[in-house]
Write a protein that binds this ligand. Structure first.
Ligand code: DUC
Ligand code: ZN
Ligand code: ZN
Length: 479
């Protein structure tokens, strides 16, 4: 008797995304993407078989977004909890094509950094649906914090922290800023600076309130662009004295951009970030009827249309490295923006706007589709640059062999009218209600798992992993 051995061939890949147009920060090309064990295993034409295949013809296959500035399960300086925790925050992010978040573990005065980290991890561990890292917020830079806690914590993979030049409960004085910057230099950490002049804002606020000017629109007057320009200049000067790179976060307008551009032209490593609210909202949105303007109160505030244009120019010309959401979700209820009642004056309104899920579609629609930025720039600004700057590259931020298969498949023609009812965060409003965009991620993969597809979420809380980070690839040119 003859025995015939029927060879059962194993598929080459777990997943193949077939026939799409792949973009990285460097190139755009047509290729299949093969995934094995959650990582990109091959890029090429006509890749072999897979257990599961997805057709991406006519679609863009992009690295998942990295939102490197968002506030999740975080107490504000005034003790208000964000509406989103790590479950709703990560869910919303992945439905908008984002696959990694870097929110903050916030130290409040008198608190240790370890306690701040423990608080953030307690929420993130059981709830996150996609991967995340954590920055610190340093608001109490005592000798113990700067001498012992922070250096050790940077070594443990928290390689960036944010400091504030304003907000009563968070602000550092110039001496403290210098000491924190010096630590950043010693330990090789990225220092993110919220640059607004506190005393100017406090003075203007008092003047406005005593003149009875209490409506939300006066927030934009109190948080003057001059206060932002001055603090941006000062932050850059302090960093120059210490000779350390810095990142100016959430830049809102032309005068601050000029400070950054001129420092960059002098060869300083000054990096900058902007956010959707400075491209898609203006100060007139704070003047909506009644308390509607409170929905757009954030700091720095959106400026006028001319400044909006200058922020666009900054994105186009490379002044900005990072486009993040600064998602700071406070609902329009008595537990959020209206905590101080329906007639609260502007200083009593929690600062922040939501934007996790719409960050990428807004920029894709108004930046890429209009030709203002290239697809490569879009990928760089929303993913790759953050991965490099914050030390998670090349695991995150690219579609390359060996990288985590964190991928969003975009339908560039999908037309969406943004409304809160279609979003997946825990908010009760979006400032972009009724705005139409073209282009939306129809599928999102996190480490090869399809977590968002055609309107359905398919991920369990707790599947997200904490990312221990290296030093900044951008700043230290790690090979
Ligand atoms: N400004 C910040 O600095 N953080 C959160 C929200 C805001 O408006
Ligand atoms: Zn800030
Ligand atoms: Zn912020």
């Amino acid at each position: 008797m003859t025995t015939v051995h029927l060879e059962t061939r194993m598929p080459d890949f777990d997943v193949v995304i077939r026939g799409g147009t792949v973009a990285t920060a460097a190139d755009v090309f047509d290729a299949d993407v093969g995934i094995v064990d959650g990582r990109v295993a091959a890029l090429g034409a006509r890749l072999g078989s897979a257990e599961t295949e997805y057709d991406a013809k006519g679609k863009y296959v992009l690295p998942g977004g990295i939102d490197s500035h968002c506030h999740i399960a975080q107490l504000s300086g005034t003790g208000l909890m964000t509406a989103d925790d790590f479950e709703t925050g990560t869910r919303s992010a992945m439905c908008g094509g984002t696959t990694t978040l870097i929110p903050f573990a916030a130290q409040h005065k008198g608190m240790s950094l370890r306690d701040a980290l423990a608080t953030a991890h307690a929420d993130a561990g059981p709830k996150a649906m996609i991967d995340y890292a954590l920055h610190l917020i340093v608001s109490d830079p005592t000798p113990q914090v700067l001498g012992q806690e922070l250096p050790q914590i940077v070594k443990e993979g928290y390689t960036s922290f944010k400091i504030y030049m304003t907000y009563d409960a968070l602000k550092l004085n110039d001496r403290e800023v210098l000491e924190v910057l010096a630590l950043g230099r010693r330990e090789g950490a990225v220092v993110m600076v919220h640059a607004e002049n506190h005393d100017v804002i406090a003075y203007l606020t008092d003047e406005l309130l005593s003149a009875g000017k209490t409506a939300p629109k006066y927030h934009a007057v109190a948080h003057s662009w001059i206060a932002e320009r001055e603090a941006t200049h000062r932050a850059i000067s302090l960093a120059e004295i210490i000779d350390v790179p810095i990142l100016i976060v959430h830049v809102s307008g032309g005068q601050a951009i000029e400070q950054i551009r001129s420092a960059q032209a002098r060869g300083l490593k000054v990096f900058a970030e902007t956010c959707p609210q400075y491209l898609f909202l203006t100060e007139s949105d704070l003047d909506r009827d009644g308390m509607e303007g409170a929905k757009c109160v954030c700091s720095p505030p959106p400026r006028d249309a001319a400044n909006q244009e200058l922020v666009w120019r900054g994105l186009e010309t490379g002044v900005f490295e990072i486009f993040s959401s600064d998602h700071a979700p406070y609902r329009m209820d008595t537990g959020g923006k209206l905590r101080n009642g329906p007639k609260a004056h502007f200083k009593q309104i929690a600062n922040g706007v939501p934007g996790l899920e719409v960050r990428l579609p807004l920029l894709f629609s108004e930046g890429v589709r209009t030709g203002r930025i290239s697809l490569e720039q879009f990928v760089a600004l929303t993913s790759t640059n953050a991965a490099k700057l914050y030390g998670i590259y090349p695991q995150k931020g690219s579609i390359s062999v060996g990288a985590d298969a964190d991928i969003a498949i975009w339908d560039p023609d999908c037309e969406v009218s943004i409304s809160q009812s279609m979003l997946h965060d825990a908010m009760d409003y979006t400032p972009y209600e009724g705005r139409t965009v073209r282009g939306w991620p129809v599928m999102t993969f996190s480490r090869g798992d399809l977590v968002w597809a055609d309107g359905n979420v398919n991920a369990t809380p707790g599947r997200g992993r904490f990312l221990r980070r290296d030093k900044s690839y951008t700043i230290y040119n790690r090979a």
